[in-house]
Design a protein around this ligand. Structure first.
Ligand code: GRE
Ligand code: ZN
Length: 326
């Protein structure tokens, strides 16, 4: 199909480029780094070749989230967001932007989100999982109480928040010891991000802010397949609700979450996601440059779904969610 829109599509600036080294074989670093730095050349050519009209661009991972000093994280986020705004201004018909945010300091993150939405015209935020705050061992998830005001502003601005994966820190990764191949996109990314999403659901965040919109990549990081069991395990036991949220977690999943196809080009998984969350809440994405645009597009263009669903997932859901002027 032509006119596809993607929203997990990354770039790097010189200062964050090295964050993407070490995930894939060293032999492909030359190729990956050149894909990350490029915006207007090969990226646009590949988009043209495979029917992608637009990418909503985001900084690579973990980048800002791994800068422990909140002021340094804020400076780098501003630098990356200003750079992105300049790139978008060159081709607003093909590129839009997601804000990188210094979540280490909720007040600074809130200010930067406002600036990006109101002054730079960005379409939302993309944050790479937990932040390390002041000390590399101090891991903070966004269900923590200090983010209450950030989430209020996020809801007020109607800014979709893309919760993108990162690896757990080494001291929290014992389960993977001896099996480094499980880190990154193979498994650890999805596990880390799914748990973060469950923390947000269980915290009551969406009772306080029912209009918040959280986006997950990779067809939901396994959650479509697992969310029923989260709510229904040991159904014969009439136990007390064990978390602050008022509803079953699956209800927040269906009402506050959107999923993208990034890096998960599998029809069986797409259909499971459609059965759990519905085709109005699924959006096409590739995960360029870590995945190939042709792999995503050729699969998506021929996957066994209706023409109406292909149009929604490929294009119109994104136009509605981000109020795109196309
Ligand atoms: C990503 O951001 O999507 C990503 C990485 C590193 C390896 C693979 C991958 O940051 O998909
Ligand atoms: Zn990604």
């Amino acid at each position: 199909m032509i006119g596809k829109i993607g929203l997990e599509e990354h770039f790097a600036i010189e200062e964050t480029l090295q964050d993407s080294a070490g995930f894939l074989a060293p032999s492909v670093w030359g190729e990956l780094s050149s894909r990350l730095i490029d915006i207007h050349e090969r990226r646009l050519r590949e988009m043209d070749q495979h029917g992608m009209q637009m990418m909503i661009l985001s900084l690579n991972a973990p980048a800002i989230q791994a800068i422990c000093d909140p002021l340094a994280a804020n400076e780098m986020a501003i630098r990356a967001n200003d750079f992105l705004a300049e790139q978008v201004a060159k081709r607003p018909d093909r590129f839009q932007g997601f804000a990188a945010l210094p979540m280490q300091d909720p007040a600074l993150a809130t200010l930067e989100l406002k600036r990006c939405m109101q002054d730079l015209g960005f379409k939302g935020a993309l944050v790479n999982g937990f932040s390390q705050v002041n000390d590399p061992e101090n891991v903070v998830y966004y269900d923590a109480p200090q983010y209450a005001e950030f989430w209020r502003v996020c809801e007020d601005l109607d800014a979709p928040f893309y919760l993108h994966p990162r690896n757990p820190i080494p001291s929290w990764s014992q389960i993977y010891s001896g099996h480094p191949w499980l880190m990154g996109p193979t498994w650890a990314f999805g596990q880390e991000t799914a748990v973060h999403a469950l923390r947000l659901m269980a915290s009551g965040l969406f009772d306080h802010h029912p209009k918040l919109k959280i986006i997950l990549g990779h067809l939901g990081e396994g959650l479509p397949y697992s969310i029923w069991r989260v709510d229904n395990r040991n159904g014969w036991v009439q136990d007390e609700k064990a978390y602050p949220a008022k509803k079953k977690l699956g209800e927040y999943f269906q009402n506050n979450f959107y999923l993208t196809t990034s890096g998960n080009f599998r029809t069986q998984s797409l259909i499971d996601a459609m059965l759990e969350i519905g085709s109005d809440r699924i959006l096409f994405s590739t995960d360029w440059p870590f995945e190939n645009i042709d792999h995503a597009a050729i699969w998506f263009d021929s996957t066994s779904i209706s023409a109406a669903d292909r149009l929604k997932i490929g294009r119109t859901n994104a136009i509605d969610l981000f109020k795109l002027q196309l």
